[in-house]
Design a binder for this molecule. Structure first.
Ligand SMILES: [Zn+2]
Length: 61
């Protein structure tokens, strides 16, 4: 799955991630804007992606 983002610096759209990192339930994507060279990272909960949800555990309240 490719998750594109918008550059927070120059608002270039559909920037593709250059790196992804998984840390527990969190998935972080690193971006480098092709237009201005700005770099940023976005962290997302892996639970947002059903196909990558296999390690998710849920405890009953
Ligand atoms: Zn940019």
């Amino acid at each position: 799955m490719i998750t594109t983002d918008t550059c927070p610096n120059c608002l270039e759209r559909d920037v593709t991630p250059t790196a992804s990192r998984r840390r527990g339930p969190h998935l972080a994507h690193g971006y480098c804007c092709p237009a201005c060279g700005h770099q940023w990272a976005v962290g997302r909960l892996a639970t947002a992606y059903p196909n990558q949800n296999r390690t998710h555990t849920r405890k009953a309240a």
